[in-house]
Write a protein of this length. Structure first.
Length: 173
């Protein structure tokens, strides 16, 4: 009887140790490439063209991981008197909202860029209130790594100028 109990303990110990090794090996398994979030560096350019010639470029960049939306904002908060003694603030400047999702070999970029500025003095205001000019470009596209691509473009209705939102994605290793 003692011999049977000792044999059972030895067998259980060996099986338990094997199960423990199998469990620790499973816990070290890396997630598959599809489940791993890709990280990338995005370079945005807002290009200003007149009669087809590039006359101005503004550059912005951010690092992004898959699924996590990010915002980039630069500008000024301008006070505007809405009522006598009551002010509201307008955000004037550039704002870029971006999110990446999808598979690592074919990531999809959702992006929205908004550029606002105040009209120049000769364009006048209504009763001293500022006139805000606004441009919004939003789009969704499959990214191609290391190549600039135009996400969207808009024409300025008051001039012969066009504005383009361009992005270049680089994989972060």
């Amino acid at each position: 009887m003692r011999k049977a109990i000792c044999s059972t303990i030895v067998v259980l110990t060996l099986l338990g140790g094997g199960a423990m090794r199998a469990w620790t090996q499973d816990s070290n398994v890396q997630p598959s490439a599809e489940k791993r979030e890709s990280a990338m560096h995005l370079e945005f350019s807002i290009n200003e063209l007149e009669d087809g010639k590039k006359i101005n470029v503004r550059h912005y960049s951010m690092n992004l991981t898959g699924g996590t939306p990010k915002d980039l904002k630069i500008g000024t908060r301008v006070p505007v008197e809405a009522e006598q003694g009551k002010f509201v603030y307008l955000d004037i400047g550039t704002s870029i909202h971006a999110r990446i999702y999808g598979k690592e070999d074919a990531p999809v970029l959702d992006v929205q860029a908004e550029v606002t500025n105040l009209a120049v003095a000769d364009q006048g205001g209504h009763g001293g209130q500022p006139i805000v000019r606004q441009m919004i470009i939003s789009g969704s596209t499959i990214l191609i790594y290391d190549k600039p691509m135009v996400v969207g473009a808009v024409d300025d209705p008051n001039s012969k100028r066009q504005y383009q939102l361009e992005v270049t994605a680089t994989k972060i290793k």
